[in-house]
Design a binder for this molecule. Structure first.
Ligand SMILES: Cc1ncc(COP(=O)(O)O)c(C=O)c1O
Length: 349
């Protein structure tokens, strides 16, 4: 039997042979004492590549975001972010639970940006005892629920200016920042530059098995490091997994262009099939978020029918479906997936 083609998420990626070798050979120490040379090397490399003073290895994107919010925002202040942000929707309200922070959401535009005027109003510091003060402003790039869309550098600079005017730190949920940089044709550093802090996942498109990094100023990382310990994220010989993260940053960024090309091919074919509602303008990186005519399809019926054809995909809220291309998916897999979509949606042709 042929193997299933797993397009549910780019988190299903398995480590490359180079990663496995690096993990086996990694020099190790106790990272809670700051003595794991491989973790230190990963943190320095991430800081260097993202153009910040210091870095911190974290267990996951969720932890990277939470330690960043805790480090920036005093208790009782506001986390200002989009209503479709991963931090708001899928991270259990961690900043409220652990940090006593309040979420203020702004409606998200279809391509993942937040209307600049709404953003300006939300971060404004007012001398009003009724209101929670702004604590941190967050953007997401690429934007998961909007379909892997990329924020333009011009938009990010406008958001930066507002944050600076109001003296509010600007955080980036850059779980897929490498995809944004590759799509824009610029360095990671350029996409990260306007932000005070950035979290980047190593275990999505970059294919490391575990973890992410947070980068920012030395002082910010000191606070994030304290928050990481609070959350139980002080790991010991973590160089075993950090070793794969080094390979991820050194070797796996540029190949994301291939995932983006696969996504464009798959999306182009999918959009021509009956009952598919897909804005091809959203297909800018490795995610394809689409809907099906609800009179004829429920997402779960489509997922089941595709599974019978040997292809896995996922749901993405509000009746949306999602394919994610990634390391380990070949051009032939994309062709097989398109054929499966045709068999399910247009069996007569
Ligand atoms: C935009 C975004 N931020 C954060 C995360 C959280 O990452 P993790 O699953 O590593 O906690 C994800 C995961 O899908 C994501 O898509």
């Amino acid at each position: 039997m042929t193997a299933l083609i797993d397009l549910r998420s780019d988190t299903v990626t398995l480590p490359s042979p180079e990663m496995r070798r690096a993990m086996a050979d990694a020099e190790l120490g106790d990272d809670v004492y700051g003595e794991d040379p491989t973790v230190n090397r990963l943190q320095d490399l991430a800081a260097e590549m993202l153009g910040k003073e210091a870095g911190l290895f974290v267990t996951s994107g969720t932890m990277g975001n939470l330690v960043s919010l805790l480090a920036h925002a005093p208790r009782g202040t506001k986390v200002i972010l989009g209503d479709e942000a991963h931090i708001f929707r899928y991270e259990q309200g961690g900043a409220a639970v652990v940090g006593g922070l309040v979420y203020q959401t702004i409606p998200t535009n279809p391509y993942g940006d937040l209307p600049i005027e709404r953003l300006r109003q939300a971060v404004q510091r007012r001398d009003d005892a009724h209101e929670a003060a702004p604590g941190v402003l967050c953007l997401e790039n690429t934007h998961n629920r909007c379909g892997g869309t990329v924020l333009s550098l011009d938009y990010i600079r406008q958001a930066r200016q507002i944050a600076v005017e109001q003296d509010v730190p600007l955080h980036l949920d850059g779980a897929r920042l490498p995809n944004a940089a590759v799509a824009l044709g610029v360095s990671l550093r350029e996409v990260a530059a306007p932000f005070d802090s950035v979290q980047v996942d190593l275990s999505k498109g970059l294919a490391a098995p575990v973890g992410g990094v947070v980068v920012g100023s030395r002082e910010f990382i000191k606070q994030a490091h304290r928050a990481r310990k609070l959350l139980g994220g002080g790991m010991r010989q973590a160089g075993v997994i950090a070793a794969a993260g080094i390979i991820a940053l050194e070797q796996m960024v540029e190949r994301l262009a291939e995932d983006h090309q696969h996504a464009r091919i798959l999306a182009g074919g999918l959009a021509e099939l009956p009952d598919v509602v897909l804005d091809l303008g959203t297909v800018q990186t490795n995610l394809i978020v689409f809907r099906l005519n609800p009179d004829r399809w429920s997402p779960s019926r489509f997922i089941t029918a595709m599974r019978e054809q040997g292809v896995l995909l996922g749901g993405s809220g509000y009746n949306q479906l999602r394919f994610a291309t990634h390391y380990g998916i070949t051009r032939a897999d994309i062709e097989r997936t398109l054929l499966a979509c045709k068999n399910v949606l247009a069996p007569r042709y």
